[in-house]
Ligand binder design. Structure first.
Ligand code: ADP
Length: 191
């Protein structure tokens, strides 16, 4: 199995690169942001609760997203591997993911981080907000809050995977295809 954690701040391009990676490596894409947005669209109890937090740029509780990932893993028993996009976002989530994969007799192979500076991120997110209408992309103070949450809660995961020699950082500035080929080279050279 090939299990990749795609890592990077909001707006780094994780979703875009995931779409290309699932085709090339035949992986199942698990994006907690996408799953949560679909819960909101379906107006489930979980979605209604999550929406309040997401619209402010806060994280949804660990046990909620861990439960979502756990059931997606159970529903995809025959997958060749997974791309985790937007998960894990806290150390508790990373530990839970290790345990879930262990139960399946597999592991995270690598974390690939897309490196993009804050100014470029804000530019990209405001543009996405205009195009997609996503509430959390419309307002500069909410975007700043998400980048802060990332720096405080999520950035430490770099150390978590570095300690296991699984962390790879990639320059996330350039064309989509340029970045994709950097990601693929990293995967192919280290899997
Ligand atoms: P981004 O472009 O900010 O990375 P995502 O689509 O991954 O956006 O996530 C949007 C929002 O969904 C986050 O700001 C957060 O509120 C919630 N969310 C997504 N994944 C997680 C997670 N693993 N843990 C907690 N909250 C999450």
């Amino acid at each position: 199995m090939l299990n990749l954690v795609l890592f990077g701040p909001p707006g780094a391009g994780k979703g875009t690169q995931s779409q290309k990676l699932i085709d090339k490596y035949n992986l199942v894409h698990l994006s907690t942001g996408d799953i949560l947005r679909s819960e909101i669209a379906n107006q489930t109890a979980l979605g209604l609760e999550a929406k309040k937090l997401m619209d402010q740029g806060h994280l949804v509780p660990d046990e909620v997203v861990i439960g979502m990932i756990s059931s997606k893993l159970d529903n995809n028993k025959d997958a060749a591997g997974f791309i985790f996009d937007g998960f894990p976002r806290t150390t508790a989530q990373a530990e839970a993911l290790d345990n879930l994969l262990k139960e399946k007799g597999t592991v995270v192979n690598m974390m690939v981080a897309l490196d993009v500076d804050d100014e470029e991120l804000t530019k990209r997110l405001l543009l996405r907000g205009k195009d997609s209408g996503r509430a959390d992309d419309q307002d500069e103070s909410i975007i700043r809050n998400r980048i802060e949450v990332y720096n405080k809660n999520t950035a430490p995961l770099k150390d978590y995977y570095s300690a296991q020699s699984k962390f790879y950082s990639i320059d996330g500035i350039g064309s989509i295809d340029e970045i994709f080929s950097r990601v693929c080279d990293t995967i192919d050279n280290n899997r």
